[in-house]
Design a protein. Structure first.
Length: 461
């Protein structure tokens, strides 16, 4: 196992900027205002020849334990307990503040090795702050600039005694290097299934993820919009590795005004693109709001497998009646993913989680499904006989054959003449019949048209 390094400090000292530099990607949101980071985030870091796990944390603040700031501090204290080494960061330009000393005492009491990092010390700036840092009693401060990368060699030298050398130099591939479905890859059970959970603010996404993994890994509370960063969590379900992504709540675009919320939503959209299955979490007390439908449509357009979770089901009185009503509504409101699985659950009470994961894996299986060309063309012959395509300007549209070009999502190529004039209603007819004939419920289906002769026609010259 690699060593774990936690970045600790008060708000706005540059912890997330350092985290992004160490992992080599802009995974954590960064903004000038303090308190952007709330959840703790883990990533695989590299610094020179060193390889280790790094944890970005919320800024330490004195606060009541039941307040949002208090719950954020509890997450940071958990990171301290997990760490093998602590990077205690201060702002060298601002110098020491009254908050730094008690927090320095906190990391000292942990008994873990502590490296004092005086950030924002690029050029000749922050010299006085670096000298002040000696009074914390945490050893020699390392002048550093997370934004510009100055002082990297000194940080490497300070970390090296606490981190074992890697057995090889092969880096693990990060989840975000290739969007899911961009390459027609085969299902590999040894790789974690990437599942992203999205929904409106306060739908209960973080509470659900905590219940799924069985620990208070993510910050939760009654306040709407607590989650800002997209946080990934590794987990295992029935022996299959799963990587869960919790995202910020997404409101209607017209209501998004603050730069920070725009960054959070962009991060969530990125998580959808790199997911294989997306769980759209609805509040069952106010289901199928316009924004819910927009999120399902967004997921379908990105070509990801879809599952709908009805959260807060424990608050519903007439469960059977409401479920039947919502399934009927989904049939006409979500025609683009007809047959999508709808799972009642309660993240708070822990109900329906196994049903949700079964739906996730069965939807993933459908998303990967392949159909032989022979079966497709036998089916095509039947649907064309039952309902031939209409004529355009007196000329018949001739459909010759169809084949599946790829899976993830199921994508079909239709060959024939004048297919660019094929009405949308007829394309929809073919897609709906494909979905029913080859058991492709709830998954996006792509149908592309191509001109040219049938390469499977043995009689062609």
């Amino acid at each position: 196992m690699s060593a774990t390094v936690a970045i600790i400090g008060r708000p706005n000292v540059g912890k997330s900027t350092l985290f992004n530099r160490l992992v080599g990607k802009k995974l954590a949101l960064v903004d000038d205002r303090p308190g952007v980071t709330r959840d703790r985030r883990e990533g695989e870091a590299s610094l020179g020849h060193l390889r280790f796990t790094v944890i970005d944390t919320a800024g330490l603040e004195e606060a009541d334990k039941d307040s949002l700031a208090g719950r954020m501090r509890a997450q940071t204290e958990t990171a301290i307990a997990q760490a093998d080494v602590i990077l205690f960061m201060i702002d060298a330009r601002l110098g020491l503040t009254p908050m730094d000393q008690p927090f320095a005492d906190l990391v000292r009491r942990s008994g873990k090795p502590v490296i004092l990092l005086a950030n924002k010390a690029e050029g000749n700036k922050g010299t006085d702050g670096v000298f002040e840092a000696y009074t914390l009693g945490l050893g020699d401060p390392v002048p550093f600039s997370a934004e510009h990368g100055e002082g990297t060699a000194d940080l490497l030298e300070a970390l090296a005694p606490f981190i074992a050398m890697p057995e090889d130099d092969e880096d693990e591939q990060d989840w975000a290097e290739a969007p899911a479905g961009d390459v027609d890859e085969e299902d590999d059970p040894s790789k974690p299934l990437r599942v992203t959970i999205i929904g409106r603010p306060n739908a209960g996404k973080s509470t659900l993820v905590n219940r799924i993994i069985g620990e208070d890994r993510l910050l939760t509370g009654p306040e709407a919009g607590i989650t800002r960063d997209t946080i990934s969590v590794d987990w295992e379900w029935r022996g299959r590795p799963v990587k869960l992504f919790d995202t910020a709540g997404m409101r209607k675009r017209a209501r998004i005004e603050e730069k920070l919320e725009k960054l959070s939503v962009a991060d969530a959209l990125r998580a959808i693109r790199f997911a294989e299955v997306v769980v759209v979490l609805l509040d069952s007390t106010i289901p199928f709001e316009k924004q819910d439908l927009t999120l399902v449509d967004l997921t379908e357009r990105e070509g990801r497998a879809v599952v709908i979770g009805l959260n807060k089901w424990d608050l519903v009185a007439d469960k059977q009646g409401l479920l039947a009503e919502l399934k009927e509504k989904a049939g006409y409101l979500l025609a683009q993913v007809r047959g999508v699985q709808i799972v009642p659950l309660s993240g708070l009470a822990g109900e329906g989680i196994d049903r949700l994961m079964q739906a996730v894996f069965s939807s993933y299986e459908v998303w990967n499904r392949r159909v032989s060309t022979a079966r497709i063309n036998r089916w095509l012959e039947g649907v064309l006989s039952a309902h031939p395509p209409p004529a355009v300007s007196g000329r018949r549209i001739k459909i010759r054959y169809m084949t599946q070009a790829k899976a993830r999502p199921p994508t079909f190529a239709l060959f024939g003449n004048q297919l660019d004039h094929l009405p949308v209603s007829y394309t929809r007819y073919l897609v709906n019949n494909l979905r029913e004939a080859f058991e492709l419920p709830g998954t996006p289906i792509r149908l592309h048209t191509r001109g040219g002769a049938n390469p499977y026609d043995k009689d062609r010259k």
